[in-house]
Write a protein that binds this ligand. Structure first.
Ligand SMILES: Nc1ncnc2c1ncn2[C@@H]1O[C@H](COP(=O)(O)OP(=O)(O)O)[C@@H](O)[C@H]1O
Ligand SMILES: [Mg+2]
Length: 166
């Protein structure tokens, strides 16, 4: 079974003469272990497509299945759980919480997933140390460089904390 199955998905923003079709109908599937690149010029719909696959936005037409489950049938709370457990996002902008340190930012999704605080802290430290950010645990995002900030969210999903190559 495909991990991701995109079936005739399209996205149109707005309506009437101001409507913008960001994604024309597209189908694709991704199996476990696949590495897929989505390439195209600026404005061609890459972010919109990835936002729909990541269940942050719903398609105008078509449907998206994650591990065989039709995401259109899920309630918002179920979608939140799916994103928390199944997805790792590296956003174009860092989306770090500015009042929290690097360590706390990495801990946050683990705490949301009910990992005990002590364990979450240990995992966050290990992950940041793997990225040579062990000396930046207590820094706020504004004190970190662009590259350092980018590393923090990439460490956020629980699954990736044990695998430096992910
Ligand atoms: N929320 C939105 N409302 C209206 N138009 C949007 C919105 N988001 C994206 N678009 C438009 O959809 C098209 C695709 O955008 P996007 O997916 O961001 O492209 P890419 O990531 O490939 O640069 C663009 O024309 C963009 O202006
Ligand atoms: Mg984009």
């Amino acid at each position: 079974m495909s991990v991701v199955s995109v079936e005739d998905v399209s996205k149109t923003f707005g309506a009437g003469h101001t409507a913008v079709t960001a994604v024309d109908p597209v189908s694709l599937s991704v199996d476990a272990g696949d590495i897929v690149l989505v390439m195209g010029p600026s404005g061609s719909g890459k972010t919109t497509l990835l936002s729909m696959i990541g269940t942050l936005m719903s398609p105008t037409t078509g449907r998206i299945l994650i591990s065989g489950q039709d995401t259109s049938t899920l309630e918002p709370a179920q979608l939140s759980r799916l994103r928390l457990r199944e997805f790792g996002f590296v956003f174009q902008t860092f989306n770090l919480l500015s009042a929290l340190t690097a360590e706390e930012n990495v801990m946050m999704p683990l705490l949301t997933a009910r990992v005990p605080r002590k364990e979450a802290r240990a995992k966050a430290r290990t992950s940041l140390e793997q990225l040579q950010l062990g000396h930046r645990l207590r820094n706020l995002p504004r004190d970190l460089s662009g590259g350092e900030n980018n590393a923090s969210p990439s460490r956020r999903p629980e699954k990736s904390t044990n695998s430096p190559s992910s």
